[in-house]
Design a protein around this ligand. Structure first.
Ligand SMILES: Nc1ncnc2c1ncn2[C@@H]1O[C@H](COP(=O)(O)OP(=O)(O)OP(=O)(O)O)[C@@H](O)[C@H]1O
Ligand SMILES: [Mg+2]
Length: 259
């Protein structure tokens, strides 16, 4: 399941604007990698290139390579829909399909992929992924109720269950806890800790404590000024990044002296 992601000299554009420059990073499988850095430095932009979601924005394009276990995700013969099945994504705002039941939300990705499944197979997938997302006990008696009737933290866990149901190799999470209270945040962090035995996980977060709690490795991105591209400044073991970073820029940012 879990696969390695490598980017090589990644340059990411919105029209003529180069938002991110020269990112080469090697993301380990079965581990959690945190992306940190100030607003606008390109964390979400980099994340979206890892499952080819960037190119759905008109005028947006990518130069360089993204390799999944050595295979170039941008090779001409590669189907981006298949890429998004292998590399799942969870967004900042939990976005369950509001009119769909909890059960159908978990199955939504599988239905989109047109895979035919029996009722009992569907039941198993629903239970297994809701258990995996630590949500089963809270919703097992109301699987046919709408997903929008859950709390924010429950909706975020439902989105994680929906993302894992298609059995991706990689899970990308863009600030998955920023709209959540501390208890729900801890529930998601516990879940990330459990999921990392099966997945490669990349999480964008503005919360330094969260990055140091959940991640094995941390990548710090920064921008030199408005209109300049974001760059990867330093990438290392999380413990080292937060105790003894090599670059002064990293130290200034993590100790709150940025800006
Ligand atoms: N759809 C878009 N069209 C044009 N420019 C964009 C688009 N999305 C992002 N950008 C620009 O790309 C740069 C990087 O943005 P991005 O959203 O990746 O930053 P970020 O690090 O995720 O910031 P934040 O922490 O605020 O989420 C910014 O200059 C931003 O204005
Ligand atoms: Mg962002």
């Amino acid at each position: 399941m879990a696969k390695r992601i490598e980017t090589r000299d990644l340059n990411i554009f919105y029209g003529d604007f180069r938002a991110v420059a020269d990112v080469s990073i090697d993301i380990e499988p079965r581990s959690v990698t945190a992306f940190i850095g100030p607003s606008g430095c390109g964390k979400s932009t980099v994340l979206r290139t890892l499952n080819r979601m960037h190119e759905v924005i008109p005028g947006a394009h990518v130069e360089g390579q993204v390799l999944l276990d050595g295979d170039d995700l941008y090779a001409p013969e590669v189907d981006p829909v298949l890429v998004r099945r292998q590399v799942g994504m969870v967004f900042q705002r939990a976005n369950p399909f509001p009119t769909m039941s909890i059960r159908e939300n978990v199955l939504a990705g599988i239905r989109l992929n047109n895979r035919r499944i029996s009722k009992s197979e569907a039941d198993d997938i629903v239970e297994q992924n809701l258990r995996g997302a630590n949500l089963w006990n809270e919703v097992k008696d109301r699987l046919d109720a709408p997903g929008s009737g859950l709390s924010g933290g429950q909706q975020q866990r439902l989105c994680i269950a929906r993302a894992t149901a298609v059995r991706p190799d990689v899970l990308l999470m863009d600030e998955p806890c920023s709209a959540l209270d501390p208890i729900s945040t801890l529930a998601i962090e516990d879940l990330i800790e459990e999921l990392k035995s099966d997945y490669t996980i990349v999480i964008v977060t503005h919360n330094m404590q969260q990055a140091s709690r959940v991640s094995d490795r941390t990548a710090f991105f920064n921008i030199a000024g408005t209109g300049k591209p974001g760059r990867l400044i330093e990438y290392d073991d999380t413990r080292k990044m937060f105790s003894n970073p090599t670059k002064k820029e990293t130290e200034d940012y993590i100790s709150g002296r940025f800006g």
